[in-house]
Design a protein around this ligand. Structure first.
Ligand code: NIG
Ligand code: FE
Length: 383
């Protein structure tokens, strides 16, 4: 039973029908379809100007992600495109994607900046997160990722990295914190991006200004980013393909969520997936997300991520659903409001045209989402 956008009671039909409020309630007939909490996609790079389809042929021919980046492609390619795009165009593009997310059953997303990498462009992205959160039904949780890579104009200069870190620490992060433009501060801790020491500097500055850490960790190599994240109280450590046993132990003892993004490995054709089974079996909190972005994971389908998690990460369908809802909500500090179907929680629901919940990941690449509801409002319904 739903009332005023909130779940007021949950249970078998016989019990709900006996409630006093049932008499005046409107019945939504679902004909045996499966209802889940709306997906919480806890890692996306929503705002970007264009795809990187021009890099796709190279990737398929076997040119590596890092090699493409060294040749001026990769993240810097997207940065160039974003800087040349008006906020209005970026917003229109993001709006279309948000409608698509809703069609796939997602009701809350995290969104990272990180394709601006200068003061005005990063602030433009974060302002768009705010505007979009207010103007359309999906909830957007904003993360500052100024430390995605060192931008081109700072590279090759004697103290380029140091100067860019100074810009982040002394200008951008204080501005973002004071104006409430983000809840989280993220960093891409990887060779070719930022070292552990540099990442520590950025995340510590974020914390000082009220931004809780998240970290892109152990995606292409083991850097120690996961242990750094845990040490700094990160909400989430994401990617984790190159996790070591010591990292798994550390995660299992911490409240940091291990957010796995198998869409990246799938898109890049990499064989090394994150050790999901070991993480779950050792007691770590595992979430799944799309990592929707133009470089490594151009998908906004959580169902596809669930399929990959089942077949490649060997997670059970039930584990994938918990990972894509309540565990992801926990990593975004919203588990009291969203991520499960319980009385008192927001009426964020996704209804699937399937006979069994396992059919959601089973039909891979197929969108079985039939209806999506955010705070009790229908935001998508298949005709
Ligand atoms: O999560 N790893 C860093 N950031 C993104 C990729 C960004 C890009 O290639 O545009 C990721 O995979
Ligand atoms: Fe990412």
């Amino acid at each position: 039973m739903l009332r005023d956008g909130v779940i007021s009671a949950v249970g078998p039909a016989a019990k709900i029908e006996k409630l006093k409020e049932s008499k005046s309630a409107e019945l939504l007939e679902l004909d045996g379809r499966v209802v889940l909490p709306g997906f919480v996609d806890s890692h996306t790079h929503l705002i970007h100007a264009a795809s990187r389809a021009e890099e796709y042929d190279l990737k398929i021919q076997g040119v590596g992600y890092e090699e493409i980046a060294r040749k001026g492609g990769g993240i810097l390619n997207s940065v160039g495109k974003l800087r040349a795009t008006t906020s209005q165009d970026l917003k229109a593009r993001a709006q279309l994607f948000l409608e698509r997310f809703a069609e796939y059953g997602t009701t809350t997303i995290e969104a990272k900046s990180g394709y601006g990498l200068d003061l005005t462009s990063e602030l433009r992205i974060l302002s768009l997160h705010k505007e979009l959160d207010a103007e359309q039904p999906l909830e957007i949780v904003s993360t500052f990722l100024g430390a995605h890579v060192v931008p081109a104009e700072y590279r090759g200069k004697p103290n380029g990295t140091r100067d860019y870190l100074r810009l982040l620490e002394q200008e951008l992060i204080p501005d973002v914190g004071e104006n409430g433009l983000a809840e989280y501060c993220d960093v891409f801790c990887e060779r070719g991006a930022f070292s552990v020491a540099e990442s520590r500097q950025v995340l510590a500055a974020g914390k000082k200004h009220g931004l809780r850490p998240r970290v892109h960790a152990e995606q292409l190599s083991n850097t120690g980013a996961t242990r750094l994240g845990i040490q700094l109280g990160a909400a989430s450590c994401d990617h984790l393909e190159y996790l070591k046993p010591v990292d798994i132990r550390a995660l299992s003892k911490s409240n940091a969520v291990a957010t796995l993004l198998p869409g990246c490995d799938f898109h890049l054709g990499l064989q090394k997936y994150a050790p999901a089974r070991k993480l779950i079996d050792s007691g770590a909190i595992v979430a799944l997300a799309t990592d929707f972005n133009p470089g490594t994971s151009p998908t906004l389908s959580m169902a596809m991520v669930l399929s990959l998690a089942c077949s490649q990460l060997r997670m059970t369908p039930a584990e994938t659903i918990a990972a894509a809802t309540i565990n992801a909500a926990y990593s975004l500090g919203r588990y009291k409001k969203v991520g499960s179907l319980e009385a008192g929680k927001q009426a964020d629901l996704a209804v699937f045209e399937v006979a069994d919940y396992r059919e959601i990941p089973y039909y891979f690449g197929v969108n079985t989402c039939w209806l999506t509801m955010k705070r009790g409002e229908v935001i998508h319904m298949r005709d």
